[in-house]
Design a protein around this ligand. Sequence first.
Ligand code: PLP
Length: 469
Amino acid sequence: MKQTHIFPTVSGPLALAASYANGYRETKTNLHPTASLAELRNAFGGPLPAKAQPGEDVIAELIHAAEPGLVGNTQPGFHAWVMGASHPTGVAADWLTSIWGQNAGIYQGSPAAATAEEVACDWVLDVLDLPRTASVGITTGATMAGFIGLAAARDEVLRRKGYDLASDGLQGAPGITIFASDDTHVSNLAALRYLGFGNRNISRVPSDDQGRMILVDLAERMALVDGPKIVIATAGHINSGAFDDFHALADLAAQHDAWLHVDAAFGLWARTSVSTKYLTSGIDRADSWSTDGHKWLQIPFDAGFAIVRDRQAHRRAMDISASYLPLAPEDGRHATHYNPELSRRARGFAVWATLKALGRDGISDMVRNHCDCASLLAHKLQTTPGVRVLNDVVLNQVVLSFDRGQGDSDQMVQAMEQALNADGQHFFRTAEWRGQRVLRVSIIGFETGPDHIQALARKIKTLWADIGA
Ligand SMILES: Cc1ncc(COP(=O)(O)O)c(C=O)c1O
C-alpha cells in the first residue's frame, strides 16, 4: 500500500507539550503536590482573557500552574490507591487520539477507531479468558462498567418476568432485589442509585474477615425473597484483594434465575497469570463483569471494560437510535451500542496500543510481579514487632497495622503514613478496615519491582523503630 503519511515539523503548543512530556517522568521526584489549594487557585485563576492567547504561551502557563499540584501516581513509589501508571505507549496512542480528534460513537464517525476498538475488545476477552462471544463496552472506568453491567442485569431480570422496561419504565415494575456484600465497592452502590435502586432494594450480605461474601447468609437471604434478583460479587477486594467464591455464587444464581455481576475492577487481571488464575475459578460463569483498563493494565486514564455474556441484553440496555445516525449492522462496531455515550473519545486506540505493547506475556509477568512483590513485603515485615499484616496476601494488596501495645494503633498508623510520605519518594494513604485505621499498600504501577519493595520494607522498619519506640 502506498505510504501517504506526512510528518511535518511540529511547532507551537504541540511541540512544547511533547518536549516537556518526554522529560516529565524522569524529573518528577516528589510524588506529592507541593502547592496548596490557594496557590493552585491563584496559579490557574484570574479572569477569562477577552482576546485569544498564543497556544505556546497557554501551554507553558498550564505546565507552570499544574506541576506543583500533580500527584506522582505514574511513579513506582505510589501505593496509596489501586491506580495504574499510564504506560508510555498507551500515552502516545492517547496523544494521537487527541490529535486525530475522532468521535468514536458510531462506525462512520471513525472507522479506524471502531475497528481498533473491535479488535482490542476481542483481545481483552481472550487475555481474560472470558466467553469470546460476550460483548464489551470500553468505558471511563469500573464505575461506569458496573453501571452498564447492572443496567443489562436490571432489564434482563425484568424481561424474564415478562416485563419490558424500555416501554413500561421502572415505576410499576416488579421489585428487584440486589444482593451485595457489606464490603461491596461504593461504586456499585452509586451505580445502583443511578439505575433507580435505593438502599432498601439492596440486601447487604455479611462478609468474612477478608471481605468475602458469606455464602450461607446469601443463600438464606435469597431463599426468603421472591421476584427478580441480581447478585454482585467481588474479584479483588479494594483493601485485602480477596475474591468471592464464584462457583458457589454461580450455582446460587442459577438456582434462583438471578443475574450474577462481578465487580472485578482489578482482580479480573489475576486471570492472566497462571500463579493467580485459581483465584478467579468459576468467574467465567457470571453474566457480566466490570473491570478497569487504567488500573492493572496501565492504560492511561480513563479506560474500563463492561463485559456482558448476553450481547442482546447489553445492546437492549444501551439502545439508542435516530434517523441521522447511520447505525447499519453491516458496518463495523458502533461503540454507542455498548456505552451510555453517543459522542465519545476513541479510547480504543490507547487500549489497543497498551495491550500490544505489553503483550500477553507482559501482562501476565506484570501481574505475577506485583503479586510476588506484595508477598515479599508481607514476608519482610512479618517478624517486625508491632507491625501486622492484616490480610491474607493473595494478590497485590497488603493491609498493615502498627501497634506498640499502648492502645494508640490508629495514631501510630497515621504517624507512619506521614513519616513514609515525608521525603516525597512514596505516596501512601490509610483507610478504615475492620474497625481500625490501616495503611493500605497497593502494588500496581508497572515499574514497581522487588528492589523497590525491598527498599520500602527497610524504610518501614527504620521508621517504625523510631515511631513505635
Ligand atoms: C473493586 C473496585 N470496584 C470499582 C472501582 C471503581 O473503579 P473506577 O475508579 O475506575 O471507576 C474500584 C476502584 O478502586 C475498585 O477497587
